[in-house]
Unconditional design. Structure first.
Length: 422
């Protein structure tokens, strides 16, 4: 069942960096656009980018269902065959990304190509609303097929321009987050043809634990000493592979013997079959690493629901009163938008909304001393998925409209902001 919600965003404040880049993305071929992204995400092209430090999450207790003890574990994995390191790395590297923000660099892993979703740590992207955009970069191979790992290649202005066009470099926004588990899901604006989602759902299992049946993932049945693989971007070294082995569980987290550092934050921890078992989140910078089990990634993904979003900007000098209707049998709801504000209109909870909705009407004749409603405008919407921790739909996600005034006819109308809706 869908629901209607409205929010208002003031446009009096300085434009957020990520909104600026989002508005400019339609012209990525222009040289100046690349310069803006380089400046906002990298700062000086010669400056070192600090690693995002690994942090410890506060994991909630797993949910359990009591079932008869006679049931036995039923593995749902496709194969138990152990893969070679080269095969694991070359397969997984198409899923691992380099994340750059204004305050640091870290790692992430692609978990859904259709919705362009990447999972990383919450602490990696926690301050992006204040400090600007999230730049995500996929690895590129040279003409000989060799993986390019030098930061200078990706920070070069002319290279970045091409990478943006091909989807290897793209802007992202947070669509779900959970500080307790230190996880966040970000949505990418673009995706390269070579990208693939990490092996993930094939790793689901049902097992017995303390006389109870627990539905979990491969990390739940890992044996001490089992091989693991960590891929990330520690200390400026891009797409670095680190070998390790599983030690045990520590307060709900996976404890791993592997040398990881700041910059590994948000990177995948894989089992011997190259399947995701956790997200690196904490290290003692020697040989001990802790990871959030993939079970919590699944929990955060489950909170995602569709939102159909439009926005209306009021750049006129007057306050506008308008009515909104979200369904055929719904009521018209009166809303007021002040000069300089943006109204975010959102329908949530349904994969598809009825044709003709959202609807907006308002007094189209100004200064005549009476209310004359125009025929309803049928707003187009953008469908986006948002989940836990993201209550307000970002303006950048919306199909954009604005109020316009014709001084000759003294009438108000609603127009599409065409340059942002392409």
């Amino acid at each position: 069942m869908s629901s209607y919600a409205i929010g208002f965003t003031s446009t009096d404040n300085t434009l957020r960096r990520c909104d600026m880049i989002n508005m400019l993305k339609i012209a990525t071929r222009q040289h100046v656009i690349v310069s803006v992204i380089l400046l906002l995400c990298f700062g000086s092209s010669q400056a070192e980018i600090p690693d995002v430090p690994l942090e410890v999450p506060l994991l909630p207790a797993p949910v359990r269902r009591t079932l008869p003890v006679k049931l036995k574990p039923v593995p749902l994995v496709a194969s138990d065959a152990e893969l070679s390191v080269d095969r694991i790395y070359n397969k997984a590297i198409r899923s691992v990304v380099w994340i750059v923000t204004k305050t640091g660099q870290a790692s992430g892993v692609l978990i859904d190509t259709e919705l362009r979703l990447v999972v990383t740590n919450h602490h990696v992207v926690a301050d992006t609303e204040e400090h600007g955009s999230i730049l995500v970069i996929f690895p590129v191979r040279d003409w000989k097929g060799k993986l390019i790992k030098e930061q200078t290649f990706y920070r070069d202005e002319s290279n970045l321009e091409v990478l943006l066009q091909l989807g290897y470099a793209t802007i992202a926004s947070v669509v779900a987050k959970d500080a307790k588990t230190d996880l966040a899901i970000i949505e990418l604006e673009g995706l390269p043809e070579t990208a693939r989602a990490i092996d993930y759902y094939v790793n689901k299992v049902i097992m017995i634990e303390d006389g109870e049946v627990v539905e979990g993932f491969g990390s739940a049945v890992m044996d001490r000493g089992a091989k693991v693989h960590v891929i990330g971007n520690p200390e400026g070294k891009l797409w670095r592979w680190t070998a390790g082995f599983f030690v045990g569980r520590d307060q709900g987290m996976l404890r791993i013997n592997a040398a990881t550092y700041g910059g590994n934050s948000g990177g995948p921890v894989l089992n011997a079959r190259g399947e995701l078992i956790g997200i690196a989140t904490l290290s003692n910078r020697r040989t001990e690493t802790w990871a959030v089990p993939e079970k919590y990634v699944d929990d955060l993904l489950a909170t995602l629901e569709p939102r159909h979003i439009s926005s209306i900007s009021n750049n006129l000098e007057a306050t506008i009163t308008f009515h909104v209707k979200g369904a055929e049998n719904g009521e018209w709801k009166e809303e007021v938008i002040k000069s300089g504000d943006v109204a975010i209109l959102c329908l949530t909870g349904a994969e598809k909304i009825p044709d003709g909705y959202l609807q907006v009407r308002f007094d189209e004749i100004a200064n005549d001393g009476k209310v004359t409603f125009c025929d309803p405008y049928f707003l187009k919407t953008n469908k986006r998925y948002f989940g836990s921790g993201v209550e307000n739909s970002p303006q950048a996600s919306a199909y954009k409209y604005y109020f316009d005034y014709n001084p000759l006819t003294e009438t108000v109308s609603l127009r599409e902001l065409e340059e942002h809706n392409r």
